[in-house]
Design a protein around this ligand. Structure first.
Ligand code: 5U1
Length: 681
């Protein structure tokens, strides 16, 4: 027998955990630190272990996944799951409107003939149906053939943005909800990066990864892959009256605790639909999930009813698709490119192909393991994928179209640029040129990195100019930059006296830097901006850093044995030490970084901020530095960890996003108060 006090404690823990899960995964606005959430979950887990009979299917502990299944059961949908008719051009969208007007003649605003639509991004995921009885999730199913799918309840329970119990009131005794389960781009990239590192099979796209993850018999495997769901319609309900519009039913879903896409918008008339398509298309690359088009739905549910269905698609909805992101073309040959750290990347040279809105002739093949796994040969017809701004990649070969004598792809033994030996260290997926900074390809990339904004920030020294200076042998390594003369630069093609003078001036200005920028600019493998900052803060002098041993390096937050090895290796190379000496001799200097007080004493420790727009009293970079000095983290994009967004004048999409997901927006005055400064008048 479980006593009443335990029952109350369990119920309280359920409530708290459901609430904080909703804040974190649906609202993107956590109220407590992760460690606090973990403690609550552990407390519940302990009670469930002591009293197994109190464990219920809607317990927040079920998110981690229960025992594996032997096979999937069939799941019949309460109402058929429909598919959408597709359109690939504005003309097809305009005919959709004409068809609607003809069918609805006289049944809607006859004066203006305008219709209200809900426009929504079309997520590239997997359609899923959820059933709730008395507000508790009892079943999740894939679409299958629209009538019957597979029962994936055990897996949907592991998806944090799916409520296990509904919030609020007016909950129908039976509710069926439809939506798309998807894998956020960041999770997909992480999954594939880890698979590539471990020499395992990669997923072709986030959709396949989401499908593969949902169709796991072992829910623990699903729980590890970070999936999410946006809901887009209500299916069957009992004893409940639907609202009069689709947009209101979406609002209702949100109140019950479901996650709905923040880009959804009610628009009037078909031109507004086309404008929406255009604006979502422009945003597509920056959205954190893959979409393959947008969906337009008549907003008025009565009109939807009148329009009905044709075959398996509703007449009241249309999917307006973006141009395909995957196309087939011929792999003509393979070249090997050398990166900044010597990594050799096989690059496919392709017969030109129009994909994702641009003509592509090159695509990455990543590394040799990947080529072997994908079984790709020169002469193959291959599938090329270009998603957003990401470098196009060869996804796979089409075996049926293989020529009789395909040519194998062979990694050269020596660097195509400097002829140094190519080596591949055990456990590394990439082969590397051993030429170091003597390899012109590596040196060029190293100079570009050195000059970049977050490194030495040499204004006007872009990639093209570095190429030009390098190819004319005016610079061969980083330190040569500081020997450049105005006349040499002015003699370059498309370079006048004035631009040359400006560049020399920018080089001079860059000599006054910060230790963290200098460390980052050196281009040590695995040392990004944030690690460089940690190193500068810890050692406060380059000499001390150069003399540090592995143990000392590893005592710094976020430095593990691999990064420590990279740093030790860099400073063990005489040519690197020579470059550093020459740079310092040229006059590069920095103030000694201030001693960092004990982390726990910093007032903004654990707070994450985003800065957007322009401020009248200080630059964004200054505000960033000041917040960081107080222990805060300042990030470029809004995430679930963001404490607040400081919005200056002309704050754009970040402010809108923060408003949409309910993150606190603070003013310049709040910012100044926080960093202890007065506002200028
Ligand atoms: N955004 C969105 N995607 N999607 C897919 N809405 C939407 N509606 C769908 C489908 C299959 O079907 C409706 C007919 C409910």
């Amino acid at each position: 027998m479980i006593n009443e006090a335990i029952k109350i404690e369990v119920s309280n823990l359920h409530k708290q955990l459901h609430h904080h899960n909703h804040c974190y995964y649906v609202l993107d606005n956590p109220e407590i630190p992760d460690s606090h959430y973990d403690k609550l979950l552990q407390a519940l887990q302990r009670l469930e272990n002591q009293h197994p009979e109190i464990k219920t299917p809607d317990s927040p502990t079920q998110r981690v996944g229960g025992a594996p299944l032997k096979k999937f059961k069939a799941a019949t949908h309460l109402l058929p799951m429909l598919s959408l008719a597709n359109a690939f051009s504005s003309e097809a969208v305009q005919s959709f409107e004409r068809r609607l007007q003809d069918r609805l003649d006289g049944h809607f605003n006859p004066e203006t003939q305008t219709l209200h639509f809900m426009a929504e991004p079309k997520l590239d995921g997997l359609a899923v149906s959820l059933i709730y009885e008395q507000g508790v999730l009892i079943r999740g199913a894939t679409r299958g053939d629209g009538q019957t799918g597979e029962d994936i309840t055990h897996n949907v329970r592991t998806i944090h943005s799916i409520p296990l119990t509904l919030k609020g009131d007016n909950i129908p005794p039976l509710l069926e909800v439809r939506g798309e389960v998807y894998m956020p781009k960041a999770s997909f990239e992480k999954l594939n990066k880890n698979a590539r590192k471990a020499g395992k099979r990669t997923f072709m796209n986030p959709r396949n990864a989401a499908a593969g993850s949902l169709r796991q018999l072992d829910p623990k495997a699903t729980a590890k892959r970070l999936l999410a769901m946006y809901c887009y319609s209500i299916g069957k309900t009992e004893d409940w009256t639907l609202p009069t519009t689709h947009s209101e039913s979406i609002k209702q879903l949100k109140h019950w605790g479901f996650s709905v896409c923040p880009e959804n918008k009610v628009v009037t008339g078909i031109q507004a639909c086309l404008d929406y398509y255009q604006s979502i298309g422009e945003k597509r690359a920056s959205l954190p999930y893959e979409i393959d088009g947008v969906v337009y739905k008549i907003d008025d549910l009565n009109l939807q009813k009148q329009l009905g269905f044709i075959s398996k698609s509703p007449r009241w909805a249309l999917a307006h698709k973006f141009p395909a992101q995957e196309e087939m073309t011929l792999l003509e040959t393979v070249d090997f490119q050398v990166g900044r750290t010597g990594a050799i990347t096989p690059v496919a040279r392709l017969a030109p192909i129009f994909v994702g809105g641009v003509t592509v002739t090159n695509a990455t093949l990543h590394n040799m393991d990947e080529i072997q796994r994908k079984d790709i040969y020169i002469g193959d017809t291959v599938i090329v994928r270009r998603a957003g701004d990401v470098i196009p990649e060869v996804v796979r070969a089409v075996p049926d179209k293989r020529p009789p004598e395909p040519q194998p792809i062979i990694m050269p033994t020596h660097c195509p640029i400097c002829s140094a030996e190519i080596i591949q260290l055990e456990g590394e997926a990439k082969a590397r040129c051993s030429g170091g900074l003597y390899c012109p390809a590596q040196a060029k990339q190293a100079i570009k990195h050195f000059a970049s904004r977050k490194a030495m920030d040499i204004d006007g020294l872009g990639d093209k100019l570095v190429e030009q200076l390098f190819d004319l042998t005016l610079i061969q390594q980083i330190n040569d930059l500081y020997q450049l003369k105005t006349e040499q630069v002015a003699s370059l093609e498309r370079m006048g006296e004035k631009s040359a003078h400006n560049l020399i001036q920018a080089l001079e200005t860059s000599k006054q830097t910060h230790l963290s920028h200098f460390i980052y600019a050196l281009g040590i493998r695995e040392v990004g901006e944030s690690t460089a900052k940690s190193l500068a803060q810890y050692f406060r002098s380059l000499d001390t850093l150069q003399q540090a041993d592995s143990e000392t390096l590893q005592s710094i937050d976020d430095i593990g044995p691999i990064v420590a090895d990279r740093i030790l290796y860099f400073f063990s190379q005489q040519h690197n030490l020579d470059v550093i000496e020459a740079l310092i001799a040229a006059g590069i200097q920095w103030p000694t970084p201030e001693k960092t007080p004990n982390e726990d004493d910093l007032p903004l420790q654990g707070h994450h901020y985003v800065l957007t727009g322009t401020f009248s009293s200080l630059k964004r970079t200054e505000a960033k530095t000041k917040l960081e000095k107080l222990g805060a983290k300042v990030t470029a994009s809004i995430s679930k960890k963001t404490t607040a967004v400081f919005a200056g004048k002309k704050a754009g999409s970040k402010r809108t996003k923060a408003e949409k997901i309910g993150i606190k927006i603070s003013s310049e005055a709040d910012l100044l108060a926080l960093i202890g400064e007065k506002q200028e008048n």
